[in-house]
Design a protein around this ligand. Sequence first.
Ligand code: APR
Length: 174
Amino acid sequence: MMGRLEIILGDITKQTADAIVNAANCSLLGGGGVDGAIHRAAGPELLKECRTLNGCETGKAKITKGYRLPAKYVIHTPGPIWHGGSRGEDGLLESCYRSCLELALENNCKTVDFPSISTGVYHFPLERAAKIAVASILAFLSEHVEIERVRMVCFDERTKAAYQRALDDFEVSA
Ligand code: APR
């Protein structure tokens, strides 16, 4: 089960997976960070389709085509903005990962790539987010063999190290 979650360094817009996840905002109309990179790489048709979705609640997810991206689908999920941890941020982040994987399953995706949701502009503490993400993904993988591979695509070494640590710690404790 553990082998099905990989931590890599890279640019998610270049990854070949059935679906890549976008760390979006509730409008789903694009932004900076990975959201901006995905929209730039996918081309204008992505925004056109996003306009039809009528936004998305934090912790939930919506799916679109990938257009010019190598990935077939983009799964958009607004992560929680960090407010100190007392506004249910942990639960909402866990829900982002689960909602995306549920949607991937519904669309017969076997491979799903995630960015580090909420740890950029939304300021969610990195180590804390990595633990939540790894636990949520591994729990889902243990219940759904149809998903063959999930990757955390980390944009920098610090992020990659945090997710690798979270995965190593999980394996030790499991
Ligand atoms: N590939 C993979 N990861 C990336 C890429 C990329 N091309 N570009 C940025 N990242 C990483 C960041 O380095 C960070 O680790 O994605 C992670 C999430 O950071 P943000 O993109 O800032 O996302 P988030 O913290 O969830 O904030 C979302 O930012 O861009 C806006 O519209 C977005 O309002 C929303 C908010």
